[in-house]
Design a protein. Structure first.
Ligand SMILES: [Zn+2]
Length: 328
């Protein structure tokens, strides 16, 4: 009898404490950084890659008004290189692919207004040759004003198609040439080092990644729709393609971490909500299901397996779930 009473007191005491205990401090290196990718800008969008000026301005304003900090791509990459500290909370990276002339005429004034840095990925074969592309003078001016320039290969080939079309040896030579010559041309024309590459059409595989590292790039970017975190591979950093008619609501949703599809599937399977913590940060998750129905309100506690605290939490109704069950 006395034993039961003691348990009741303990349960109340832990229930009171759990509010504090359940919020383990985030490690300094835990972060979520969405990289946005734009292409073209116009007063009214004419195609899938053109964002209207009003939309772009509204998105930049949203970042400012909601405490987001636009950081240079370099800040993020330097962290992966072990040369810098983790990005600040609510950090966002802006990239613009293809070097369309509207970057200079429409996006630059807005970026300047908000003091936002961006990285422009250029494929040099078009520069100064076609009317819709930036000129070298414009790119130099953008770079002088603090915008970073990256490579988008030399002529923007679709490596997936080329791999099918060419013999293996020819394909390999094409990849090497596209990656190295574009870096070299940009460096010679702009007098600064080109450290990042955006894969044309987002086509990425291990071979392309290896070749890009061999060409001397520090980081490469895809269009896989995900944010970056401390575990991201700098050979294939994910990005969110911003399309025209993106509502502020969907824009804001990409600025915070989303559960991965794998985790969502797991949540359906178990009927429990998804943990928003990366499974790599803990070896065990303790789940306290909310009474009913299962909702995002359930409490999730990452904990090291073997921790003596587990028995205490189980006493409070937590269930033990191995992170692998959430990530499969
Ligand atoms: Zn492109």
């Amino acid at each position: 009898m006395r034993h039961v009473h003691l348990h009741r007191i303990l349960a109340l005491w832990f229930a009171f404490l759990s509010g504090f205990l359940l919020a383990p401090p985030a490690r300094a290196s835990d972060f979520y950084v969405p990289i946005l990718v734009y292409h073209r800008f116009a007063p009214t969008p004419q195609n899938l890659y053109t964002v209207s000026l009003q939309e772009f301005e509204a998105q930049m304003r949203y970042l400012k008004e909601n405490g987001y900090q636009v950081i240079p791509l370099k800040t993020l990459v330097d962290f992966y290189l072990g040369k810098g500290s983790p990005p600040p909370p609510r950090a966002v990276v802006i990239t613009i692919d293809d070097g369309h002339t509207s970057v200079y005429s429409y996006a630059l004034p807005i970026l300047k207004k908000y003091g936002y840095p961006a990285t422009l990925f250029i494929y040099p074969c078009c520069i100064g040759r076609v009317s819709y592309a930036l000129t070298w003078e414009q790119i130099r001016e953008l770079a002088d004003q603090g915008q970073d320039i990256g490579s988008h290969t030399r002529y923007h080939p679709n490596f997936k198609l080329e791999r099918r079309r060419l013999k293996p040896q020819e394909y390999e030579e094409l990849v090497e040439k596209e990656m190295t010559s574009s870096k070299k041309i940009l460096e010679e024309k702009l007098g600064r080092s080109i450290r990042y590459l955006s894969y044309p059409f987002g086509v990425h595989d291990e071979v392309l990644e290896k070749k890009a590292f061999q060409a001397g790039y520090q980081a490469m970017l895809t269009i896989v729709r995900r944010g970056c975190d401390q575990t991201s591979n700098r050979g294939a950093l994910p990005r969110f393609l911003i399309e025209p008619h993106t509502s502020i609501r969907s824009f804001s949703s990409i600025l915070s971490p989303q559960p991965s599809p794998g985790k969502l599937k797991a949540s359906w399977r178990t009927g429990l909500p998804c943990p928003s913590v990366a499974s790599s940060t803990c070896s065990m998750l303790l789940i306290q299901p909310s009474p009913s129905p299962p909702s995002r309100m359930a409490r999730i506690l990452p904990i090291q397996s073997g921790s003596r605290a587990i028995s205490v939490y189980r006493f409070l109704g937590f269930q033990k779930v191995h992170p692998k069950h959430w990530a499969s």
